[in-house]
Design a binder for this molecule. Structure first.
Ligand SMILES: *Cc1c(COP(=O)(O)O)cnc(C)c1O
Length: 381
């Protein structure tokens, strides 16, 4: 079966696995650590929840179908997914990564992987020449986030995938910002997709989760061994929350986007706002790539104000919009990348990217847009 995206969010592309026969519309939460064996040398297919759990399998099935993969694995957080993925690499391997990555991913590379002998070169992956120049004999992975956080730079996934194939290395794409509703990196040549399901997939700012999705048998097999071994699989109840969240992904993404377009355009008219970065604006430098590889623009935007005082005033005066990290939930959130998400990025790197005391990032929620704008207006005044 093959359904439209909004149907896949609710049903996947086929039937759910028949593990119970009550007719329950909502998939049951298998809140169990272990499973009884019918006999010696026999298994129901479920032995121990670290390795298999029906509720986890159900959410993995939906996410796999949404991302057009052959397998998806659910982890306790987005970072647990990144960390498990990095177990595919070994000392002496080299990675080329987007220089404007999510701060936590940079921290994972620096604190854990570099210590363990993996080298990482950070480049602006929206510039293909920089990607090519960074490649080495031992490059095993190109790791891309697009659009980036918080600068909204866009990388041409298909073009980088060509480079990866020529160099016989993998391409991984963090698809947290656009979600499979607006972008499918595997279709553009990526080998692995990373998600923080904490964000739009779950969508309600109340659960953490992460996914790895792949369309390669060999990678899926390795990742299955890793999740079973290192044990960061998502707990049954959290799987269920994400299953429920994804059911409304389509309607939420449409509303996030509709609101974000209006907020971005309104911000552009404000005298204290010096720059608005949103991939849905006509002035985005990568408009041509965006139109080619994305079906929409999502709800994340970044803006620059005239001074640190203005930035601080906004953060302290917002009432409806909450001053908090994270993104992708029903509630509008505003963050200060300099001291929050990007606090661990070295100062000069941060300033080079333009992440300074005047930069604010907003996750536009699904409240009535006039209320979001009214709140920003009073905070800016
Ligand atoms: C939040 C986030 C992560 C990390 O996910 P957690 O669920 O917070 O561990 C990774 N990548 C991006 C783009 C994110 O926004």
């Amino acid at each position: 079966m093959s359904f439209e995206l909004s149907t896949v969010c609710i049903h996947g592309n086929g039937k759910r696995k028949n593990v119970e026969n009550t007719g329950s519309i909502s998939f049951p939460i298998y809140q169990t650590a272990t499973f009884a064996h019918p006999g010696v040398g026999q298994s129901t297919g479920y032995d121990y929840t670290r390795a298999q759990n029906p509720t986890r399998e159900e959410v993995e099935r939906i996410v796999k179908d949404l991302e057009h993969g052959i397998d998806a694995l659910a982890f306790s957080t987005g970072m647990a997914a990144v960390s498990a993925f990095m177990e595919l690499f070994k000392p002496g391997d080299h990675i080329v990564a987007t220089d404007d990555l999510y701060g936590g991913t940079i921290r994972q590379f620096r604190l854990i992987n570099e210590k363990n002998g993996i080298e990482v070169t950070y480049v602006d992956t929206s510039d293909l020449e920089q990607v090519k120049a960074a490649l080495r004999e031992n490059t095993k992975l190109i790791y891309v986030e697009t659009p980036t956080n918080p600068m909204m730079q866009v990388t041409d996934i298909a073009a980088v995938s060509e480079i990866a194939k020529e160099n016989k290395c993998l391409l991984a794409v963090d698809n947290t910002f656009l979600t499979p509703y607006y972008q499918n990196p595997l279709d553009l040549g990526a080998d692995v997709i990373v998600h923080s399901a904490t964000k739009y997939l779950e969508g309600h700012n109340d659960t953490l989760g992460g996914f790895l999705i792949t369309n390669r048998e060999d990678i899926a097999e390795e990742l299955r061994k890793i999740i079973k071994t290192t044990g960061a699989g998502l707990a049954p109840f959290d799987c269920w929350l994400i299953l429920r969240g994804i059911k409304t992904l389509a309607v939420r993404m449409e509303k996030h986007q509709e609101n974000a377009i209006k907020v971005a355009k309104w911000l552009q008219t404000q005298p204290k706002v010096k720059e608005v970065r949103y991939i849905g604006l006509e002035n985005h430098p990568d408009k041509e790539i965006i139109n080619r590889q994305c079906r929409g623009f999502g709800g994340m935007l970044t803006f620059r104000v005239d001074s640190q005082e203005t930035a601080h005033a906004i953060l302290e005066k917002v009432k409806l919009v909450q001053f908090a990290e994270s993104l992708g939930g029903t509630e509008s959130l505003i963050t200060y990348p300099m001291t929050q998400t990007h606090a661990d990025v070295p100062l000069e790197k941060r300033l080079e990217k333009g992440i300074d005391e005047t930069l604010l990032r907003m996750s536009v929620g699904i409240e009535a847009v006039q209320d979001i704008i009214a709140d920003l207006e009073q905070a800016l005044s």
